[in-house]
Design a protein around this ligand. Sequence first.
Ligand code: ADP
Ligand code: MG
Length: 276
Amino acid sequence: MTSAALRVVGDGAPASASASSRPLIEIRGLAKTYRTRDGDVPSLRPIDLDLAAGEFVAVVGPSGCGKSTLLKLVGGLIPPSAGEVRIAGRPVTEPPDDVGIVFQNPVLLAWRTVLRNVMMPVEVRGLDRGTHLARARALLKTAGLSDFEQKYPWQLSGGMQQRTSICRALVHDPKIVLMDEPFGALDAMTRERMNLELQRIHGETGKTVLLITHSIPEAIFLADRVVVMSERPGTVAAIYDIDLPRPRTIEMLGNPVFADLARRVRSHFYAQGGLD
Ligand code: ADP
Ligand code: MG
């Protein structure tokens, strides 16, 4: 991270909510129906949601309810069927430069080294190689991957591959990070470490994060707000403000406020089956 990093402290209020009244991300009437040879697949009912700059929003919902679809729409990877996404006031029609995406699977290129995988967004965007190479190396160091820069993805554990993909999403220093169940494949201990690391990055850089997760504790641990989605075609069923102080600690998982929030979020899923 940059040395001039800002530390976001306090009650988890969006970092610059007072600086600008306009949300950084505006989701308006956003809906998606996939048109396939076998017919239409309605996947997202109209969604309205705002994210303030610096805010951390987590999304939970049943399998197939449209979480990945929502993330792809926000990231400009697929076009909406209705409504729109605006980032800093501009309609999203293609992947914006200021967005980094972490996919559910690391999707690293097998023939590229770890370092060259992390540098991909820099090459694709034609950004300055020198400054970003230093940044890539610093990120890999933070992720504990310095000794693996010249290795290939298949020489890494699943956790290391996922950490590589997170470095790749951050290398061009995007203001917005979109993450689709990034820690789903990791073991519990690694996942906990990654949660702490993500909290640190968010706290120190003030990035705006949209995280999709199937872990209710993870959502509550990390987020300022937890969005609960309903079954497919999904829409927003409820939004919970998470007013736990920051930085949050693993010990807080046992705190009654935490347990109560988890119970309230979980109650949405008893009626409609499990999470992913
Ligand atoms: P989630 O991430 O919540 O599990 P998705 O957003 O991946 O859900 O998918 C929502 C629904 O849209 C699912 O029923 C899925 O089968 C369907 N879907 C996703 N992508 C496509 C696609 N490219 N073409 C057709 N249907 C799709
Ligand atoms: Mg998904």
